[in-house]
Design a protein around this ligand. Structure first.
Ligand SMILES: Cc1ncc(C[n+]2csc(CCOP(=O)(O)OP(=O)(O)O)c2C)c(N)n1
Ligand SMILES: [Mg+2]
Length: 524
């Protein structure tokens, strides 16, 4: 058995049985080994950012890592932005980066670069395998490291992969869920219990946004009057009718400050203390109100759900969570706006959907519209690095093939990783993409004004505008193998959404929606 065969067999044995990849010459033995280890599902992505974003989406749904196979430093570099989003999501991902054979490194061949340095920017664990004998064991260490909620990168020299003498390693005994996590501090739970009142706010993130976490948080809020708020960009949040409805902290600092005004005790449960996304001249970065105390109930490395349950049992025994009633908005016919888009999406959402939201400005009305929609899992842009939505939807669909996936995707963001559509077509994934075409980087129109970067002249405006030519997403999608239609009214969107959900395989609906932000140079 060569190293690659031992590696893949061991990964599959440890439950890592999907590999998103974009291979090159140094990975040919890995690719060849796919035929001797059919338990591993290889999924080809046509850009590394699609592979890494798909592995992130997969992990958010499956709760276990997928593997990613990349080609040396440049392949890894192409995948880094979505590994950044994965790191911010605490997603388990096993990245395997093929490298030159050990004896080849000294010649400084064209693709030689410092792979480990690149890997360290996003990985919690990095190792270069030195021998075929130890490769499978190294892989099992990578899987164990990833399972702690991080990116684990194993660099795989070509000769370590191609040499004989590999033997599969047994999967490490899997810790029971969260067993690896740092113990919850009972005294901390008791301290937090004393802070709870209507002047307290419980700020939720990570696993606190699971059904269990939300139900416990809702009980705590109902019993004590403490307010609830979720982090701005959760990795995964359960939402919809029958679940507690919790607002998210606003992206815009001035709105976030209004949400936090009057809070005297901020209690963190899996979320980081709130900060402004960007700095603005003359504005605060730290969004915690003056004289507000900050306490930690539990963080992402602790069992957040158990911590919330403990707190709920302490302060809310006998109190039931407050659940959102079913409430589906009417679809008002007429030209699409961001509001009618949100209402139409909510009105047509199937039960148990996965919603990947990279709708940027056109998505502002979605949270309210979807609060009473059929229950769904929401995936968002954890690290702010755009080009994540289409890949994440792809990986989520692969991890949860029985659930419909809705990918709400802004035009500018889509164009970073549009090749994801081809993988959706190739794998026949049940993904419905609503591609929101506003022919602009509309959020940057807003940011130009907010940063007080000056009056936008014509030359500046051209940098934030996608018209001339406006990309034709219906043509692009069809060309990549995903059937597509263009709509510009709510009634057409409603009809096409229902049609797409009813038919297996991927679909794209290009929705023409005017920007919600006035163009640069126009009066507000
Ligand atoms: C990797 C990366 N590159 C650039 C940016 C900066 N950026 C943030 S939003 C944005 C444009 C978004 O445009 P679009 O997706 O069309 O959404 P809209 O603002 O029009 O709603 C850009 C370029 C980023 N966040 N991440
Ligand atoms: Mg846009």
């Amino acid at each position: 058995m060569n190293g690659a065969q031992a590696l893949i067999a061991s990964l599959a044995g440890a439950g890592v049985d999907a590999c998103f990849m974009n291979p090159g010459t140094s990975e040919m033995h890995f690719v060849a080994a796919l035929d001797s280890v059919p338990q591993m599902r290889g999924v080809l992505a046509l850009f590394e950012g699609v592979a890494t974003g798909a592995a992130d989406g997969y992990a958010r749904l499956a709760g276990r890592p997928a593997a990613v196979l990349l080609h040396l430093g440049p392949g890894l570099a192409n995948g880094l932005a979505n590994l950044h989003n994965a790191r911010r999501a605490h997603s388990p991902v096993v990245v395997i980066v093929g490298a030159h054979a050990t004896g080849h490194v000294r010649y400084d061949a064209p693709l030689q670069s410092d792979i480990e340095a690149l890997a360290r920017t996003v990985s919690g664990w990095v190792h270069t395998s030195g021998t075929t004998r130890d490769l499978a064991q190294d892989a099992m260490r990578a899987v164990a490291a990833a399972r702690r909620g991080q990116v684990a990168t194993l660099v795989l020299p070509a000769d370590v992969s191609w040499s004989d003498g590999g033997s599969p390693a047994p999967a490490r005994p899997q810790p029971r869920e969260r067993e690896w996590s740092i113990m919850i501090d009972d005294s901390q739970v008791a301290t937090v219990a004393n802070l709870l009142s209507s002047r307290a706010l419980l700020f939720l993130g990570g696993r606190a946004l699971s059904e269990r976490g939300l139900r416990a948080a809702s009980r705590i809020s109902a019993a004590t009057g403490a307010r609830l708020l979720a982090e701005t960009f959760p990795a995964r949040m359960e939402r919809g009718a029958g679940l507690p409805s919790v607002d998210r902290l606003a992206y815009l600092a001035e709105q976030a400050e209004a949400q936090l005004a009057g809070v005297e005790h901020l209690i963190l449960a899996g979320a980081r203390s709130p900060v402004s996304f960007f700095a603005y001249p003359g504005q605060r970065s730290d969004l915690v109100p003056e004289a507000c105390s900050v306490a930690v109930l539990a963080d992402q490395e602790q069992d957040l759900e158990a911590a919330l349950d403990l707190l709920a049992d302490l302060v809310a025994s006998g109190t039931k969570p407050v659940l959102a009633p079913p409430a589906v908005p009417d679809v008002e016919p007429g030209p699409l706006t961001a509001i009618s888009l949100a209402n139409t999406v909510a009105a047509s959402l199937p039960e148990d959907a996965i919603v990947a939201d990279e709708a940027i400005t056109s998505g502002f009305a979605l949270p309210a519209a979807l609060a009473g929609a059929p229950r769904h899992s929401l995936l968002t842009l954890t690290g702010g690095s755009i080009g994540q939505g289409l890949p994440a939807a792809t990986g989520a669909a692969l991890a949860a093939p029985d659930r419909p996936v809705l990918s709400l995707e802004a035009d500018g963001s889509a164009l970073y990783t549009i090749q994801a559509l081809w993988t959706q077509a190739r794998e026949q994934l049940n993904v419905t993409t609503v591609l929101i075409n506003n022919a602009a980087y509309a959020i940057l129109w807003l940011e130009l004004a907010r940063t007080a970067a000056g009056q936008a002249g014509e030359r500046a405006a051209r940098m934030l505008d996608l018209s001339g030519p406006t990309p034709d997403f219906t043509a692009i999608s069809t060309g990549l193998g995903v059937p597509a239609v263009r709509v510009s009214t709510a009634e057409d969107l409603h009809r096409e959404l229902r049609r797409a959900y009813a038919e297996p395989g991927p679909h794209l609906i290009e929705a023409i929606v005017p920007p919600v932000v006035p163009a640069p140079g126009t009066a507000w």
